[in-house]
Design a binder for this molecule. Structure first.
Ligand SMILES: [Zn+2]
Length: 367
């Protein structure tokens, strides 16, 4: 996709007679002065980089005004930092922290939260995973893609597992913060532009994508309302209490377990969140985190770039003044000119900054 967009952009630039200036346009857009606003980037862990290479990458980011990196340290199976709980792919974090500090870059640990793709857990803790309205658990019948093996936010052992993981991560010296990703349930309705990719039409909530109907969730809801979501709700989709219960399930995991664990170690807390939050049971406007990174990937929603700032304005009005919003943008879907405009409009709409998805797309497009 990156390549296609770059080609398309270069072609358009060439049609406009910009051929000779294209490379300077590509590399010149980011150092534009910004009066306020912070720039972040999501970075997947690259393998086998020398110290000089890391330093060069960080200096390059800084030259683009990006001083905060969300570095992936856990991908729902392997960890990229030493810890006693998870299989370790390699310890990238400890190598990178002093190098980033040397250049003046802050590192936030980006972790997948609820999916668990370590086969040991599916084998030994099958009851940890969410169950859909057809009674099928996510570890054996994941929705859409094989890695959609989400754990249940209401399971006490899942909560303890995540508490330990986040506590250990937040204890690492030199780390600026913990960034929670996939802190949600599977999408009951996918973003519009993604549905054709899976050859599905989701005009309402269908049972195979609707979670969680595990024993813990059914019991808790029944204690709260006297109703069982399987046998007592004729139309679970239309039941406001059941809908809110799912929102609250994720919210309580964040507010009662994860946010306090991060705060206890004095680290900055943030999460990657959805604009169509209802579809992933993610009422993030109520979460006690320092900052939110709504993934405003306009092309996923068949929207124009102007939609990004509209979303920022809408959500800024729904969160406390003390919380920050950084607009997450999908770099391959924006031309450099659009990106400049989106950043400016997002700041005007109340965002404290912008976050680029992802590092590789940035480098491919902008060097
Ligand atoms: Zn459940």
């Amino acid at each position: 996709m990156n390549k296609i967009n770059r080609k398309t952009f270069l072609k358009q630039a060439s049609l406009l007679g910009l051929g000779g200036f294209t490379s300077s346009i590509l590399s010149a857009w980011l150092p534009l002065p910004v009066l306020y606003g912070k720039r972040w980037v999501w970075m997947h862990p690259p393998h086998k980089r020398s110290e000089d290479d890391w330093l060069e990458r960080f200096r390059n980011l800084k030259s683009k005004g990006i001083k905060s990196v969300l570095l992936m340290v856990y991908d729902s199976h392997k960890a990229f930092y030493n810890n006693p709980l998870l299989p370790v792919e390699q310890d990238i974090l400890q190598r990178v922290l002093p190098l980033a500090s040397q250049v003046g870059i802050e590192i936030h640990a980006w972790m997948w939260t609820l999916p668990n793709n370590n086969p040991d857990y599916a084998q030994h803790h099958p009851d940890w995973f969410v169950v859909n309205r057809e009674g099928k658990p996510a570890h054996s019948h994941p929705a859409y893609v094989s890695y959609y093996k989400f754990m249940c936010p209401n399971h006490p052992e899942v909560r303890e597992f995540l508490r330990q993981h986040v506590t250990f991560l937040a204890s690492i010296e030199g780390l600026a913060g913990v960034h929670l990703d996939y802190i949600r349930m599977p999408d009951v309705i996918l973003a519009e532009a993604l549905q054709p990719k899976y050859n599905i039409v989701q005009d309402k909530e269908y049972p195979q994508y609707d979670y969680c109907y595990c024993n813990h969730c059914r019991r808790l809801f029944s204690e709260l309302t006297g109703k069982d979501p399987i046998s007592d709700l004729s139309d679970p989709f239309a039941d406001a209490q059941w809908r809110q219960f799912r929102f609250d399930s994720v919210t309580s995991l964040v507010n009662e377990v994860l946010a306090p664990a991060i705060e206890a170690k004095g680290k900055y807390s943030s999460a990657a969140v959805f604009p169509n939050y209802e579809s992933v049971r993610q009422q993030w406007m109520r979460w006690n985190l320092n900052a939110f990174f709504p993934m405003l990937y306009h092309n996923f929603y068949n929207a124009q770039p102007g939609w990004i700032a509209e979303q920022v304005r809408k959500f800024k009005n729904q969160i406390p003044l003390s919380k920050k919003i950084y607009a997450g943008v999908f770099v391959p879907a924006l031309t450099p000119q659009e990106l400049v405009e989106v950043e400016k409009l997002s700041l005007d709409a109340g965002a404290e900054g912008i976050s680029f998805f992802d590092y590789n797309a940035m480098i491919e497009l902008y060097g």
